[in-house]
Design a protein around this ligand. Structure first.
Ligand code: MGD
Ligand code: MGD
Ligand code: MO
Length: 766
C-alpha cells in the first residue's frame, strides 16, 4: 500500500537494501555478489557502476555504499528477458507497463529485432544485426542523418572506439546524457578558468576549511561524499548547504541553534549552516555574498585593515575584476533579496562563513546546472572563489560533482558534439582521414531534428533516451519518425519500445561481468569526478553467452559499415591494450596509458586550472560579468498573461538511478509505494484551495500553445519553501518543454518549470 510518513531516522542504513534486493532486484545471490566483489577489489577489482564520486586513494580501500550495492545487484539479477519473454509479450502490451516493471524483468540475453508485422521482438544473429545497421547507415544522404547517443556508463575504451567510428562515418552528432546534466559546468568553467572539469581531488577535502554544497543531494546520489563532509566538520571545518529542501543526508549540517545568532558580534560562530534559496536563486545569493565581501574589502582599504580579497592572486592571475565589481555595484540589494529567496541576514551570514575560511571548496550538481542561467550561476561561483584565490591551492577549488560513473571520461575520449579543434587535428593526424569539422547535435537538438524527420538512424550506447529527455509525448512521437533505432543495453526500458520503424536491441555485458576476448580477460578504464583514471575488471560470469562487450559491439557495427577503415576493428578488440595505445596517441594526459593503469588506484590526469595555468581567452582566470536575469520565469509566459501557481523542480528519489526505478519508495522523504506525487508547502496548498493527499493534474506553462500535463498526482504537504513544488524525474518529464533549455547549454530546465494545478477528475479512484 502506498503511504506518506515523514521520516525521522538517520540517513544511512543497509537495512533497506536487503528488502530492496530481495523484492525487486531479483538477485538470489545479492549479498554474496557484493561480498565477492569487495574481496576481489584488493587487486584489479571492479569500479563501482554507481556514481562518479572518487575512491579513497589508499590501496585496496574501495568502498561500496548502499546505492553502489543496488547498482551492482541490479545488473547481477537472475531474471532474464529472453526470446521466450518477447514472444510472451507484444510491444503494445509491454508499453502498458511501468518503467519500474520493465527494468525489473531482468537482463536482456539475445540480440533482438522488432517485427512490425507481429508486433513482437524476435531473435536476430549478431551478424545480421550489424549488417542491418550498416545498410541503413550506408543508405543515408548524409552522415548527419544519424544520431549517436551516449549514456555515461560507457568505458573509455568503448567511448573512444565509438567516437572514432562515428567521425570516420562523417558526423559529430553526439547527443549525450551530459547535455542534460553538467553541460553548464563544462561551458561555464571552460570560459572562466580554461578547463571544464573539477579542480579538486580527494585530498583537497581533507584540507579544506569550508565546503559549500549547492544544489546537490549527496545522501541519495553521492552517498560516499557524506563521509568527507562529516570528517570536515569533525576537524572544525565548515559545511554550508544551499538547498531549498531539507535533504536528509545534509540536515546534520544544519546548525541546531538559531542560525542568525552568528550575526551578533558577540556570539560564537557556527560551523555549519543550511540555506534554502528560491529555485534558480543561487546566482543572486552568491552575488549577494560577493557584494558583502566587496563592502568589507572597501572598508579594509579605507581603514588599512586586513585584506578581504586575495589582492596578489587577483593581480597576478585574473582578468576582468573591474567590470565585474561594477556589475556587482549595479546589482541592488533588493534584487538580490527578491531573486535569491534568502534574507540579507542569511546572505551576510553565508558571506561571513566564506570569509572566515582560508581554503574553500565549492561543490554543486543538478540544482545549479538545470536552469536557464546555469552558466551564469557557475561563473558567479567561480568569481566568488577568485576573489579570495580559492582555485589552485590545496584544500580549495571547484567541484562539479558528476553523475554517471564514467560521464567525465566519455567527454575526455571525445564524445562531444562540439569537439575541440586539437582533438580533431589529433585524430586526423593519427588516422589519416578527413574528420568532420561541423558541430553536431545536442540531445535537445536531436529531438528537434527527429521531429522534423531529419533523422534516419538513432543509435544509443546505453541509457534510456525517451524517458530521460524532456517533453515526453513529443519526444516519443519524434523517435517514431526514425527509420532505424538501435539500443545497446543491459536491461529492458521504454526506449526499446518507443522506437523507429525498424528497431534493434543489442545486449551488452555490464561492468560487473568478466569480459573475455582473444587475449584473455579484459579490463576497462573509467575517469571519476576528480580526474582519476583507473581500470575495472568484471567479476561475475557473463549472464548470457550471447552478450557482447560494448567495445565489441561498436567494432562489429564499424566493420560492417566501414570495413577496416580507419583501423582494423576486430584486431583492436582482441586485446584492449591496443585500444588504449590509440588513446595514448591521441588524447593528452594518457601517455604510457597501459603502463600507468597497472598502478593500483590508477593515475591523476591533471588539471591546468588547479596548477594555476589558465587556458582562457585572456590567459588568466576570468571574472565574467553576467547580469542577474531580469526575471527567472520566462518573460513570454508572463507577457501572455499566464500566472503560475508554483515553480516545479524535478528530482531523484532515494530508490532510483535516473530512469531506473529500483522501488517505489523514497524513504528519506517519507514516501512509500508511489511516485506520482507532488510536494507542496502547506500554505500554498491552502492558498490554492487543495488538501493534503488530494489528486491533482499538473499543467506546465509555456508560450507555444501546446498543452503539457500529467494527471492524478498525489499532493503531499511538505517542508518546502513557499511558491515551490517538487516531483520525481522521469514521471514529471512530460511537463518540461523541449524549448525550455539553458543559455549556451541546451540543457532542459528540469529544476525550473512554471506550473498550474487542477483538481483531478478522478478523485474517487484513489
Ligand atoms: N542513487 C543515485 N545516484 C545517482 C543518480 C541517481 O539517480 N540515483 N544519478 C546520478 C546522476 S546522472 C547525477 S547527474 C547525479 C545527480 O545528483 P543531484 O544533483 O543530487 O540530483 P537531483 O535529485 O536532481 O537533486 C538535485 C538537488 O538540488 C536541489 N535543488 C533543485 N533546484 C535547486 C536550486 O535552484 N538551487 C539549489 N541550491 N538547490 C536546488 C534539490 O532540492 C535536490 O536536493 O547523481 C548521480 N548519482
Ligand atoms: N526531468 C529531469 N530529467 C532528467 C534529469 C532530471 O534531473 N530531471 N536528469 C538528467 C541527467 S543528470 C541525466 S545524466 C540523464 C540520464 O539519462 P540516461 O543516461 O539516458 O538514462 P539512465 O536512466 O541512466 O539509463 C538507464 C539505462 O541504461 C542501460 N544501462 C545500464 N547499464 C548499462 C551499461 O553498462 N551499458 C549499457 N550499454 N547500457 C546500460 C539500461 O538499459 C538502463 O535502462 O537524464 C536527465 N533527465
Ligand atoms: Mo547526470
Amino acid at each position: 500500500m502506498s503511504h506518506y510518513k515523514p521520516y525521522n531516522g538517520p540517513a544511512a542504513g543497509w537495512g533497506a537494501l536487503v528488502s530492496v534486493t530481495r523484492n525487486w532486484l531479483g538477485s538470489k545471490n545479492a549479498v554474496g555478489n557484493i561480498r565477492a566483489m569487495l574481496k576481489t577489489n584488493q587487486d584489479h577489482g571492479l569500479d563501482c557502476p554507481g556514481c562518479a564520486w572518487g575512491e579513497t586513494p589508499e590501496k585496496g580501500m574501495i568502498k561500496f555504499c548502499e546505492n553502489g550495492a543496488k547498482a551492482v545487484n541490479w545488473e547481477a539479477t537472475s531474471r532474464r528477458v529472453d526470446p521466450a519473454f518477447f514472444s510472451q509479450y507484444s510491444n503494445t502490451e509491454l508499453l502498458q507497463q511501468s518503467d519500474h516493471w520493465l527494468e525489473s524483468q531482468g537482463r536482456i540475453t539475445h540480440p533482438m529485432r522488432y517485427n512490425p508485422a507481429t508486433d513482437h521482438y524476435e531473435t536476430i544473429t549478431w551478424q545480421r544485426a550489424f549488417e542491418t545497421i550498416a545498410s541503413h547507415l550506408q543508405a543515408m544522404d548524409s552522415p548527419d542523418q544519424a544520431e549517436f547517443y551516449t549514456s555515461g556508463r560507457a568505458s573509455n575504451e568503448a567511448a573512444f572506439l565509438y567516437q572514432l567510428f562515428v567521425r570516420a562515418l562523417g558526423t559529430n552528432n553526439f547527443p549525450d546524457c551530459s547535455n542534460m546534466c553538467h553541460e553548464a559546468s563544462g561551458i561555464g568553467m571552460a570560459e572562466a578558468v580554461g578547463v571544464g572539469k573539477g579542480t579538486v581531488t580527494f585530498e583537497d577535502f581533507e584540507h579544506s576549511d569550508a565546503i559549500f554544497v549547492i544544489g546537490q543531494n549527496p545522501g541519495t546520489n553521492h552517498p560516499r561524499m557524506l563521509e568527507p563532509l562529516r570528517e570536515a566538520v569533525k576537524r572544525g571545518a565548515q559545511v554550508v548547504c544551499f538547498n531549498p529542501l531539507k535533504e536528509r543526508g545534509l540536515e546534520r549540517f544544519q546548525h541546531p541553534q538559531n542560525p542568525l545568532e552568528m550575526l551578533k558580534n558577540d556570539s560564537e560562530p557556527t560551523n555549519t549552516a543550511y540555506f534554502r534559496p528560491a529555485l534558480g536563486g543561487d546566482m543572486a545569493a552568491i552575488r549577494g555574498m560577493v557584494k558583502f565581501l566587496w563592502q568589507w574589502e572597501q572598508q579594509a582599504l579605507a581603514s588599512n585593515g586586513p585584506a578581504v580579497f586575495d589582492r596578489e592572486f587577483i593581480a597576478q592571475h585574473t582578468s576582468g575584476i573591474d567590470a565585474y565589481l561594477s556589475i556587482v555595484d549595479n546589482t541592488s540589494w533588493q534584487e538580490i533579496e527578491e531573486q535569491s529567496g534568502l534574507s540579507l541576514a542569511e546572505i551576510e551570514m553565508a558571506a561571513n562563513m566564506y570569509r572566515r575560511a582560508d581554503r574553500v571548496i565549492m561543490c554543486w550538481a543538478m540544482g545549479v546546472t538545470q536552469h536557464v542561467h546555469s552558466v551564469a550561476i557557475i561563473q558567479e561561483i567561480i568569481s566568488l572563489q577568485l576573489l579570495r584565490g580559492n582555485i589552485g591551492k590545496p584544500g580549495a577549488g571547484l567541484s562539479p560533482v558528476r553523475g554517471h560513473s564514467n560521464v567525465q571520461g566519455d567527454r575526455t575520449m571525445g564524445i562531444d558534439e562540439k569537439p575541440p579543434k586539437w582533438l580533431l587535428d589529433a585524430l586526423e593526424k593519427r588516422f589519416k582521414f578527413n574528420v568532420p569539422r561541423k558541430h553536431g547535435h545536442t540531445t535537445v537538438q536531436t529531438i528537434a531534428a527527429m521531429e522534423q524527420s531529419q533523422v534516419k538512424v538513432f543509435f544509443a550506447l546505453g541509457g534510456n533516451f525517451v524517458q530521460a529527455t524532456p517533453d515526453t509525448e513529443r519526444t516519443h512521437a519524434a523517435m517514431r519518425n526514425c527509420d532505424l533505432t538501435v539500443q545497446i543495453s543491459t536491461k529492458l526500458n521504454r526506449s526499446h519500445l518507443v522506437s523507429g520503424k525498424e528497431a534493434l536491441i543489442l545486449p551488452c555485458l555490464g561492468r560487473t561481468e568478466i569480459d573475455y576476448q582473444k587475449s584473455g580477460k579484459q579490463g576497462v578504464t573509467v575517469e571519476d569526478t576528480f580526474s582519476m583514471v583507473h581500470i575495472s575488471y568484471g567479476q561475475l560470469k557473463p549472464f548470457s553467452p550471447l552478450m557482447k562487450s560494448e567495445a565489441a559491439i561498436i567494432a562489429g557495427v564499424a566493420e560492417a559499415t566501414l570495413g577496416k577503415h580507419p583501423v582494423d576493428w576486430q584486431w583492436l578488440i582482441e586485446d584492449y591494450d591496443r585500444i588504449r595505445d590509440l588513446i595514448a596517441d591521441v588524447i593528452p594526459g594518457f601517455e604510457n596509458f597501459n603502463a600507468r593503469i597497472a598502478n593500483p588506484g590508477g593515475f591523476y590526469l591533471g588539471n591546468p586550472a588547479s596548477d594555476r595555468v589558465w587556458n582562457t581567452e585572456t590567459a588568466k582566470a576570468r571574472f565574467i560579468a553576467n547580469r542577474l536575469p531580469k526575471t527567472l520565469i520566462h518573460t513570454e509566459i508572463t507577457r501572455s498573461g499566464q500566472q503560475p501557481d508554483l515553480i516545479l523542480q524535478t528530482m531523484r528519489s532515494h530508490d532510483q538511478y535516473n530512469t531506473t526505478v529500483y522501488s517505489l519508495n523514497d524513504r528519506y522523504r517519507g514516501v512509500f509505494g508511489m511516485r506520482d506525487v507532488i510536494f507542496v508547502n502547506e500554505d500554498d496548498m491552502k492558498r490554492l484551495g487543495f488538501e493534503h493527499e488530494q489528486k491533482v493534474d499538473i499543467i506546465s506553462l509555456w508560450p507555444d500553445g501546446k498543452e503539457r500535463r500529467v494527471n492524478n498526482f498525489t499532493l503531499l504537504r511538505y517542508d518546502i519553501p513557499q511558491g515551490q513544488a517538487a516531483a520525481y524525474y522521469p514521471e514529471a518529464n512530460p511537463l518540461v518543454p523541449l524549448e525550455s533549455y539553458g543559455d549556451k547549454t541546451f540543457t532542459p530546465t528540469s529544476k525550473f518549470i512554471a506550473i498550474r494545478l487542477e483538481a483531478s477528475q478522478q478523485q474517487d479512484v484513489a
